[in-house]
Design a protein around this ligand. Structure first.
Ligand SMILES: Nc1nc2c(ncn2[C@@H]2O[C@H](COP(=O)(O)OP(=O)(O)OP(=O)(O)O)[C@@H](O)[C@H]2O)c(=O)[nH]1
Ligand SMILES: [Mg+2]
Length: 297
């Protein structure tokens, strides 16, 4: 695995006719894309990540197009992103979900990836994740996460399970909170996963069909819950997690952590309430699956 700090290769530029279609206005375009049309649009929510962007954008594989969603940065993020060939979309509403969803609406490729812009994740790992996606709409076992075996059937949502590359990558309190969250997700929804990682891939049409409404920290969780409700399979695969470049906004701050817990709790209690009302609480089958796949991380 490689981490931040490697040389930034010049990324793909933007086709003149690839104007983002979403509700957020693109700031500008750039030169023609080398590998147009893009195989994958990579949505990079961005709040003051000017220092991290050169490395992140330099790690994009050929055919992968960066859509940097500038969420009110006060640094040079937008200019840096443009200089490194990304499409830049502006989203004035604050919140991780607002930025991520603006990027999804701006995307035009069949496949969409999400990746943090803080250099904690390596976009060069995305093709391995995309390879786990189902090539076409196909129903597989609902509510299960199947590490390493997805190629047999294909998945509708692939999650990058964060594996720290160093002690500083993931503070202990954040790891514990994430583990507790994964357990709650299993109990409430029956989805067996180990990490609610932000690096993920899916088909654009599937993502749009989910009708996601959270625009804050709950967006990644809502994506998982809605995917599961549709009976679509979710797969997780290991991905490297390195210390972020720049100042921590969520896991390293009390306010950020509290906000994330609040958003996630609201979504999970809604799952519980609706499941109870509908008499549709997942019972033994899902719970057995969860206990058999004990968290080893
Ligand atoms: N927290 C936060 N991040 C945003 C927002 N808008 C865009 N982002 C970007 O979303 C990505 C994830 O946010 P991070 O700050 O890395 O959150 P995190 O990884 O949970 O926690 P830290 O890395 O410890 O701060 C980064 O690329 C941010 O720049 C926002 O309103 N809040
Ligand atoms: Mg981060």
């Amino acid at each position: 695995m490689s981490g931040p700090g490697g040389p930034a290769a010049p990324p793909d530029a933007v086709p003149p006719d690839a104007t983002p279609l979403g509700d957020a206005a693109p700031l500008d375009g750039a030169a023609p894309l080398r590998d147009f049309p893009p195989l994958v649009d990579v949505v990079l929510p961005c709040l003051n990540e000017a220092d991290a962007l050169p490395w992140v954008l330099g790690r994009l594989p050929a055919g992968y197009r960066a859509i940097v969603v500038d969420n009110g940065s006060t640094d040079d993020s937008a200019a840096v992103a443009r200089a490194h060939g990304a499409i830049v979309v502006t989203e004035s509403r604050r919140g991780f979900g607002a930025a991520a969803h603006a990027g999804l609406l701006a995307a035009t490729a069949e496949t969409v990836a999400f990746c943090d812009a803080d250099a904690s994740m390596d976009p060069s790992e995305l093709p391995r994740m995309v390879a786990l996606l189902a090539p076409a709409v196909r129903e597989v076992t609902p509510g299960t996460v199947t590490p390493g075996t997805a190629t047999l059937t294909g998945a509708r949502l692939v999650l990058g399970r964060r594996r720290p590359t160093s002690r500083g990558s993931w503070p202990l309190h954040a790891r514990l909170a994430n583990r507790a969250l994964s357990l709650l997700i299993r109990l409430r929804s029956g989805v067996v996963l180990h990490d609610l990682g932000p690096m993920r891939v899916a088909r654009r049409a599937d993502l749009l069909a989910l009708g996601l409404i959270d625009r804050r920290s709950g967006y990644p969780l809502e994506m998982v819950l809605r995917t599961n409700e549709r009976g679509w399979s979710i797969v997780e695969t290991d991905t490297a997690y390195s210390p972020r470049v720049g100042r921590s906004k969520v896991t390293g701050t009390v306010q950020g952590t509290i906000g994330a817990i609040r958003d996630m709790s609201r979504l999970l209690s809604a799952v519980k309430n609706s499941a109870v009302q509908n008499g549709a609480v997942k019972t033994s089958a899902a719970m057995n699956t969860a206990s058999k796949n004990g968290d080893d991380g």
